[in-house]
Design a protein around this ligand. Structure first.
Ligand SMILES: [Zn+2]
Length: 232
C-alpha cells in the first residue's frame, strides 16, 4: 500500500493505493475533517452494499512519524455512494455556506453530481449556460482554466453560476465576493484577445452577431463597427 496526500478545499487528506491501483479512503478521518461529522461505522459494516467496499487498513496518521494506525477504509466506489447521500444541515449562514462549499468540492473530487438541494450556492458540475448573457458565454466558453472539476458559485446579485475564480468574482480577504464581477460593476475578461478588443471598443452588437453565427449579420455589424469606431 502506498500512502498519498491530496487536498479538498485546502484540507489535507490521505488515501492509500493498493497493488491494483485502487484507492482507499479513511472513512472516519475523511468525514471528520471534511464535514465535521462522525460516521456510524457499524451501520455501514452491517450493510452489504457498503461492506464489500470496506477494509481495515494500516496507515500513517498525518504529522506523526514512524507510527501506524488501523482504521476502516472505503474504496472510490464506496466513497461515491457515501457522498451521494450527504447533505448539509443548515445552521448559521456562514457555517452552512462553508460546509456547502466543502461538500460540493468533495463531491466534485469523487465525481458525484451535486443536485440534491434547490439552488445550492456551489455547483460541482458545469451548468447549462445557454441562457446567460452573450458576454458571459463568450468569456466562459473561451476560458481554458475551467476544468471538469471547477467549482461554480451562484452570484447573489443575478443568481447565475460562475466559475469560482478571480475572473468572475472579486477576490477578498475571506475568499470571493458574494456577487459576480458583472453585478459588482466590473467586467469579465475574455481569454480570446480579439473578442476582448471588440468588447473594449464598443462592439457589443458585433459580438451578438458573432454569437448568433449568421454571416450576413456579422458582415453588417463589422462594417458598422469599423465605420463608427475609432479603429481606422
Ligand atoms: Zn451576478
Amino acid at each position: 500500500m502506498e500512502q498519498e496526500i491530496y487536498y479538498i478545499c485546502g484540507i489535507k487528506q490521505i488515501r492509500l493505493k493498493d497493488e491494483d491501483g485502487e484507492y482507499w479512503y479513511p472513512m472516519q478521518y475523511f468525514f471528520k475533517t471534511i464535514l465535521f461529522k462522525r460516521l456510524n461505522l457499524s451501520t455501514y459494516r452491517d450493510d452489504e452494499r457498503y461492506n464489500i467496499h470496506m477494509r481495515v487498513l494500516e496507515y500513517q496518521p498525518i504529522g506523526v512519524n514512524n507510527e501506524t494506525n488501523k482504521a476502516w477504509f472505503i474504496n472510490t466506489e464506496g466513497m461515491y455512494m457515501l457522498l451521494s447521500k450527504q447533505k448539509v444541515k443548515p445552521t448559521t449562514p456562514r457555517t452552512t455556506n462553508r460546509l456547502q462549499k466543502i461538500l460540493a468540492a468533495a463531491k466534485n473530487f469523487f465525481g458525484v453530481p451535486n443536485t440534491d438541494e434547490e439552488n445550492p450556492i456551489y455547483l460541482s458540475y458545469t451548468p447549462d449556460i445557454s441562457n446567460y448573457d452573450v458576454w458571459s458565454i463568450l468569456c466562459i466558453t473561451r476560458d481554458t482554466s475551467i476544468k471538469h472539476d471547477t467549482l461554480w458559485k451562484r452570484c447573489e446579485g443575478c443568481g447565475y453560476y460562475y466559475p469560482l475564480t478571480k475572473n468572475y468574482f472579486i477576490e477578498n480577504k475571506t475568499g470571493f465576493s458574494a456577487k459576480c464581477k458583472q453585478c459588482s460593476g466590473r467586467d469579465f475578461k475574455c481569454q480570446n484577445k480579439k473578442l476582448q478588443f471588440i468588447y473594449n471598443n464598443g462592439g457589443l452588437n458585433l459580438l451578438f452577431a458573432l454569437h448568433e453565427d449568421k454571416d450576413e449579420e456579422i458582415l453588417k455589424e463589422i462594417k458598422k463597427w469599423i465605420r463608427e469606431g475609432e479603429i481606422i
